[in-house]
Design a protein around this ligand. Structure first.
Ligand code: ATP
Length: 274
C-alpha cells in the first residue's frame, strides 16, 4: 500500500508543481495519472522515490515513511520501488540479460556489481522474468538491437528484478505505436495483478488509460481534481482536468490518428514482406 499525505513540491523558481496531494494506492491496484502538460504528473511520480525532493507532506510505502530518510536509508528503500521510463533507460551496449540483472545492483556487493558476477538465483530469476515478458529468446541480444516494444519489456523485467513493492511508470507508451502500446499496457496490468503490486502510471493517452486502468486520477495545476473509474470520466470530468475542449472532436481526431498509424504500419509491413 502506498500512501501520500499532503504531498507538495514547490521548485526554487516558485512553481508549485504538486499541491497538497493525498492519495492511497492499495496492493495490486494500478492507477493512471492524467492531466494537461505541466499539471505536475512527472513531479508527483518523482517525489515518491525522491528523485525530486518534496517540499512538504508524507509518503509511506507499506508502513515505512520515505520522507525524511537519510541517503543510506533512502538508497535501501529505493530498491523497493521499480521505475519504468518512457525512453526505457537501457544500457544500449549491454545484452538484454545484463540489463535485466542491472535491476539487482542495489542488492549485490560493490565487488559483485563491478565484476558483474550475480548470484545464480538472480540469474535464474532474470530468465524467468524474460520468459514472463516474452523475451526469453532475446536474452543474449544487445539492447540496441531491439524494437521499442521489446525495449520496454526489458525495462519492465529490469524493474521486476528489483523485487519491488511499488511500480512507478512514467509515460511507458509515449514512444510506441498504438498496437504495441496496448500490448505494454496489458502486460503492466497483468503483472500488477499477478504480483499484487501497487502502481502509478503517468499516461498522456486518455483513451489508453480508460481502456486498461481501473482507476484514473486527474491532476490539474498540481492538485487532484478527479479520482474515479473510467466510467466516471465523463466529458464534465475531462473538462475539470483539461479545461474546455470539444471532446467529441478530440475523440474523432484520436480515432483518425490511430487509423492513419495503422495504415502506415500495414504499408510498412507490406513493403517488408514484398
Ligand atoms: N526542475 C524544475 N524546476 C522548476 N520548475 C519545474 C521543474 N520541473 C518541472 N517544473 C515545473 O513544474 C510544473 C509541473 O511540471 P511536470 O513536468 O511535473 O508536469 P507534467 O504534468 O509531467 O507535464 P508533461 O505532461 O508536459 O510532462 C510545470 O510548471 C513545470 O514548469
Amino acid at each position: 500500500m502506498l500512501d501520500l499525505h499532503g504531498l507538495t513540491k514547490t521548485y526554487k523558481t516558485g512553481d508549485r508543481a504538486v499541491n497538497d496531494v493525498s492519495l492511497s494506492v492499495p496492493k495490486g491496484q494500478i492507477v493512471g495519472l492524467i492531466g494537461p502538460s505541466g499539471a505536475g504528473k512527472s513531479s508527483l511520480i518523482r517525489c515518491i522515490n525522491r528523485l525530486v525532493e518534496p517540499t512538504a507532506g508524507r509518503i509511506t510505502l507499506a508502513g515505512t515513511e520515505l520522507t525524511g530518510l537519510g541517503p543510506r536509508a533512502l538508497r535501501r528503500q529505493r530498491r523497493r520501488i521499480g521505475m519504468i521510463f518512457q525512453e526505457y533507460a537501457l544500457v544500449e551496449r549491454l545484452t538484454v540479460m545484463e540489463n535485466v540483472l542491472s535491476g539487482r545492483l542495489g542488492y549485490v556487493s560493490f565487488w559483485q556489481s563491478f565484476t558483474r558476477r550475480f548470484p545464480p538465483a538472480d540469474i535464474a530469476r532474470a530468465y524467468a522474468l524474460l520468459d514472463r515478458v516474452g523475451l526469453l529468446d532475446h536474452a543474449d541480444k544487445r539492447a540496441d538491437a531491439l524494437s521499442g516494444g521489446q525495449r520496454q519489456r526489458v525495462g519492465i523485467a529490469r524493474a521486476l528484478a528489483q523485487d519491488p513493492e511499488l511500480l512507478l511508470v512514467d509515460e511507458p507508451t509515449a514512444s510506441l505505436d498504438p498496437k504495441t502500446s496496448r500490448q505494454i499496457m496489458r502486460l503492466l496490468t497483468e503483472i500488477c495483478a499477478e504480483r499484487d503490486l501497487p502502481a502509478i502510471v503517468n499516461i498522456h493517452d486518455v483513451a489508453l488509460a480508460r481502456q486498461f486502468l481501473p482507476r484514473i486520477v486527474g491532476l490539474r495545476a498540481g492538485q487532484v481534481v478527479f479520482d474515479g473509474t473510467p466510467a466516471d470520466l465523463t466529458d464534465t470530468a475531462l473538462t475539470r482536468i483539461y479545461g474546455d475542449e470539444d471532446w467529441d472532436a478530440m475523440r474523432r481526431a484520436e480515432a483518425e490518428d490511430e487509423a492513419e498509424t495503422r495504415e502506415a504500419l500495414a504499408a510498412r509491413d507490406a513493403m517488408v514482406l514484398a
